[in-house]
Write a protein of this length. Structure first.
Length: 592
């Protein structure tokens, strides 16, 4: 169940409890209002019925007093009551429910009252006349016998209404008190139930959500301390997904950390981890071996203690000092030092700036470089010079400087001359590569037209093209580059000569020049055999040739030299080819 659904259920239960309590209170209030209305109605009926009883008593008393005293005040009072009582009765009838016992009793009371009024009205004239005492006594007796039953019946009707509503009034007060007590009980019960339900829901929420979130927070703390995490939490909600994701992430990070530690420990490069001030925090075994010191001796010291001739006071100063040269010296045990290539990298770990210093011992590299320079010197002085002398002697022999050679001897001398040319080219190629890699080659870069360099290269290979009856075409262009014209021509001569060498006789070679972003690109396109796709990536490597038979034509250093010369001028070389259809070698140089 999703976390949102749990929250909805929790809120729904609490809301339902509130609604039930509210509904109970509303029901009690509604009943209380009805009972209050009924009590008010009973009080009104009781008041009006009591008033009618009292009025009827006064009406009867007035006529009796008049008959006894002959005082006309009572007769006048009798007339006033005779007018008020019917109106009060009609008003009373309008107040009560038409289907109630009160209404039926009032209707009967109205009939009796009407009868009384009619009877009294018939005898009122006699009451006002001057009859003798005996006659008045007789009339009084007749009147008393005529109205007394009706008055008694009317009184009984009204008393019954009074008795009925007097009991209801007393009962309504008791019910009202009981309702108040029930209301208080329901309110208190609802309050307690609400508190208990909320407490139970909070406990469930705490166990289902808060406690599980606390476990995740504890996992973060344990992961930071590299301690074992709590067992994975089950559940299809977001917390379960978060905990599962965190365990997976922690597992991946632990694996990555283990790999990093393994690399740090086994990498054949000295690695030193420092804080932001350059104080050493850890070293790998290779660094211990190179410095000939144990880790406990190295850790805690500034890295500058191991750098020879460094007076850098800060990490930034040390970084600037290291960038000034590729070779520095590091101290090791017994006051010894060794040449090293040092690199400094800044990184962040747990929000703190750190330094990673890597270094390698270049003693062997320097020895190799020394041997290499000696070899180049040997090639340059002890090999190239004798080869040039041999080439000169062979050339003089072929030209008959010492007389005409026999045909067979001339064939062998020509073969020896060709082989000496190949050895001289190989020697020159090796010297070129060595000079370029060591940075000793001098480039005279200037603004020059691409077409001028291409025309010079075409002229250099024209005799080779004519021997194979091939045409080299140059498309006109006004693009210029910033380059060394001679070295650039050397690259193009290599491209064009290869195209002539590996293309069929009588085919055409096209040279085009185009703009490529901020570079000018010179293309040499042939219709030769093409290059297999598996060799395209390595075609510019040293001693790499398309076919083994091509070794007779050269050592496979020409394209490697082209690549080094192009990169030394800020450019690049490449090839686009298709087997059986030809190749396009291109040279890109910075446009002027």
């Amino acid at each position: 169940m999703k976390l949102f659904q749990k929250c909805v259920i929790f809120l729904s239960i609490v809301t339902l409890l509130q609604l039930l309590i509210f509904a109970g209170l509303a029901n009690l209030m509604l009943k209380a209002e009805k009972e209050a209305d009924a009590a008010s109605y009973s009080r009104d009926v009781l008041t009006k019925a009591t008033s009618l009883v009292r009025g009827l008593q006064n009406w009867t008393s007035c006529i009796l007093l008049y008959l006894g005293t002959k005082n006309r005040y009572w007769l006048k009072r009798f007339d006033t009551l005779s007018e008020e009582l019917p109106k009060e009765l009609v008003n009373f009838e309008n107040k009560v429910d038409k289907n109630s016992d009160d209404y039926r009793d009032l209707k009967a009371a109205a009939e009796n009252l009407q009868y009384l009024f009619t009877t009294v009205a018939e005898n009122k004239t006699h009451l006002s006349s001057n009859f003798s005492y005996l006659e008045l006594l007789k009339i009084k007796q007749q009147l008393k016998l005529g109205i007394q039953p009706r008055v008694a019946e009317l009184g009984d009707l009204l008393e019954r209404i009074v008795a009925r509503h007097a009991g209801q009034a007393e009962q309504s007060q008791t019910i009202e008190d009981r309702k108040k007590n029930r209301f208080k009980l329901l309110l208190l019960t609802g309050f307690l139930v609400n508190i208990i339900a909320t407490f139970v829901m909070v406990l469930g929420f705490n166990r289902g959500i808060t406690k599980r979130i606390s476990i995740i927070a504890d996992n973060f703390a344990k992961f930071k301390r590299s301690s074992a995490l709590n067992p994975p939490q089950k559940g299809p909600d977001e917390i379960g997904f978060l905990d599962k994701s965190f365990h997976e992430l922690a597992s991946e990070l632990n694996e990555a950390s283990a790999k990093d530690k393994a690399i740090f420990a086994n990498l054949p490069v000295g690695l030193i981890a420092c804080d932001s001030t350059g104080r050493i925090e850890s070293v790998n075994p290779c660094a211990e071996a190179l410095l000939e010191l144990n880790a406990n001796v190295i850790v805690g010291r500034p890295f500058t203690d191991f750098v020879v001739d460094s007076d850098s006071a800060s990490v930034d100063e040390l970084d600037s000092w290291l960038r000034k040269s590729d070779k520095h010296y590091l101290r090791k045990s017994q006051e010894k030092s060794f040449p090293a290539h040092i690199a400094l990298s800044k990184y962040q770990h747990v929000g703190q700036d750190k330094l990673l210093i890597s270094f390698v011992d270049v003693s062997a590299r320097e020895e190799i470089e020394r041997v290499k320079q000696e070899f180049i010197s040997i090639i340059s002085h002890d090999l190239r010079a004798p080869l040039s002398s041999i080439k000169g002697c062979l050339l003089m022999l072929t030209q008959g400087a010492w007389g005409q050679l026999p045909e067979k001897a001339e064939t062998y001398v020509t073969l020896a001359s060709d082989e000496s040319d190949r050895l001289i080219r190989l020697t020159n190629d090796l010297l070129d590569i060595a000079r370029i890699e060591s940075g000793n080659i001098v480039l005279e870069k200037r603004t020059v037209a691409c077409s001028a360099i291409a025309e010079k290269a075409i002229a250099a290979v024209r005799s080779l093209a004519e021997d194979k009856k091939m045409i080299v075409e140059l498309a006109p262009s006004s693009l210029k580059v910033i380059a060394d014209p001679d070295r650039t021509c050397q690259i193009l001569v290599n491209f064009i000569s290869n195209a002539i060498r590996y293309s069929d006789e009588g085919t055409k070679i096209a040279i085009s020049i185009e703009s490529n972003d901020s570079f000018a690109q010179i293309n040499v396109t042939d219709r030769g055999r093409g290059i297999p796709s598996e060799l395209v990536a390595s075609i510019f490597d040293r001693f790499k040739q398309v076919q083994q038979a091509d070794a007779k034509e050269g050592a496979g250093l020409g394209l490697a030299i082209c690549k080094l010369l192009a990169e030394a001028q800020g450019g690049s070389v490449g090839v686009e080819t298709e087997v059986g259809k030809g190749s396009k070698f291109w040279l890109r140089l910075p446009a002027a």
